[in-house]
Ligand binder design. Sequence first.
Ligand code: C2E
Ligand code: CA
Ligand code: CA
Length: 290
Amino acid sequence: MSEAKKSGKNKYCYYSPAISQQTKERARIEQRLYQATERGNFSIHYQPIVDSMNLKIQSYEALIRWRDEELGNIPPDKFIQIAEENGLIMRIGSWIITNVCFQIYQWRKAGYKDFRVGINLSALQVNDADIVKEIEASVKHYDIPFDSIYVELTESSVIKGDEKVLTNLRKLREIGVQVALDDFGTGYSSLGYLRTLPIDILKIDRAFIKDLHEGNNSIILSAVVTMAHALHLKVVVEGIEEHEQLNYLPQENSVLIQGYLFSPPKPADEAILLLKGQQEVEEKMVGRHD
Ligand code: C2E
Ligand code: CA
Ligand code: CA
């Protein structure tokens, strides 16, 4: 509008500052991302996934964090897609795999063992012939068990993926690395289709549980959980933020929950304190009964 006014009354012009601003922002992020990837300038936060019945930590999800000197904190939603488009995701993904394995090695050395850590994989990574070898090499290098990690892939990347994706997922499962289907409910796969996929865990997207108090949403959630359990899948309900949401979860079968209510993603040292706290309570309880 101001551009049109500048050129006099009753004039119009085509101008979209929003679009050019977005393009500029993207270019800037991309430029900085090359440098960050070169230097491995990322960190990883870990978010616990707990059993809804007893709130015991079952696993942690590894989530990448990027704090750029000039741009500040850039959330993954703003750069993962760019990294997928320009191919940097392969190197960023490798950095994540190595560093998660190293973290597990350190935690195990400190005595923290009974949980898995989930690594988010992009479809491009799983489409790569070497992904299984890469994961295998990293796990062996740090001398950690294969079942101390699992991988998370979005519903859409598994569905869109070709046979190679499915073959690689099968190979990962053969060596003991479980597979989770992430963001279930945002794509188009039916529960019937899930039966054919090489997966162990179903992660139900937070969009699915946002309005549990409304209409039949909680009934639908219960049905999905029941059917997933019938297919021998573990179920994680994502995005639990409020205590009230727990009331709408199916009670008969235990589901796993992840969300800000229990804990947001935290740096490794802080995330493990939650597990340490739980173990200390357990030890005290055992001691009391001796
Ligand atoms: P995601 O895999 O679905 O991860 C869960 C996202 O939900 C995380 O966002 C987490 O911080 C957020 N979250 C957890 N609990 C709650 C809650 O109670 N409420 C709300 N509103 N959000 C919650 P984050 O870390 O910003 O990651 C966003 C997405 O970026 C991830 O979604 C994943 O698709 C991608 N991503 C993150 N780290 C990696 C990575 O290392 N590799 C790849 N390929 N993608 C990653
Ligand atoms: Ca995930
Ligand atoms: Ca998710």
